[in-house]
Design a protein around this ligand. Sequence first.
Ligand code: SAH
Ligand code: DHB
Ligand code: MG
Length: 225
Amino acid sequence: MTQELWSAVDRYICDRLLDEDPALDAALAASDAAGLPPIAVTANQGRMLELLVRIHGARRVLELGTLGGYSTIWLARGLPPDGRLITLEANPHYAEVARANIAAAGHGEMVQMRVGPALETLPVLAGEGASFDLIFIDADKQNYPGYLEWSLKLAHPGTLIVGDNVVRDGAIVADEEDPRSADGVIQGVRRFYELLAAEPRLDATAIQTVGAKGHDGFALALVTS
Ligand code: SAH
Ligand code: DHB
Ligand code: MG
C-alpha cells in the first residue's frame, strides 16, 4: 500500500509539473530494451537535478555513474549552451546505451563520457586540472567515501556535491544484528556520512525521499573553502 501511494503521488507530481519530454522517455525505453536495471532517478528527481544546476549557475558538471544517461540528460538540460558535463561509467555496455541516448537527446557535444572504474578516472581528471561546479555522485555506493575525497580535489569553494541513495530504505540506521549492516553498500554510505561530518570544508545535509523508486535520499554538500 505504501509503495503504491508513493508511486501515485509521484505520478500526480509529474503529470502536473513536468513537460512531456520524448527524449527522456526514449532514453528510459532504450535502457530498458537493452537490459539495463531500472535504477535511474525518477523524473521529478531528475527535474530537481536540472533545477540544482540552474539555481547554482553551474557550467561544469561531473557525474559518477551514468547508467543509460537518464540523469545525465537531466543535468545537461540545466546547463547553458557552453556548459560541459563529464560522466563516468564503468560498464562499457551501459556506456554505449548512454552514448546513444545522450546524442539522441541533443547533448552529444556537451557531454563527455569516460568509460572505466571511476576511482581510476578521477585521478586522470585531477591530472588534467579539471574543476567542477556541481558533482553528482551516483556510482557504486561502496566507493562513496573515495568519491567524496576525489570530489574535494576536483572542487572549488562554492562547488555543490550531490549524493544519491544515501538512505537505502532506512538501512543506514539498521542495528548491528541486521544483516544489512554487514553490507558493503551500507558501510560505504555510513562512511560517506562520517566524512561529510568530519570535513571542515563541507556544509552538508541529507533529505530522505519516498517515491516511485521507494524510500531513499539525497545528500547535499557545499564546498566552503
Ligand atoms: N545516474 C544514473 C544511475 C546510476 S546507477 C541515473 O540516475 O540515471 C549506478 C551506475 O554506476 C551503474 O551504471 C553502474 O554500472 C555504475 N558503476 C558501478 N560501479 C562503478 C565504478 N566503479 N565506476 C564507475 N561507475 C560505476
Ligand atoms: C539502486 C538505485 C540507485 O539510484 C542507484 O544509483 C544504484 C542502485 C538500487 O535501487 O539498487
Ligand atoms: Mg542513484
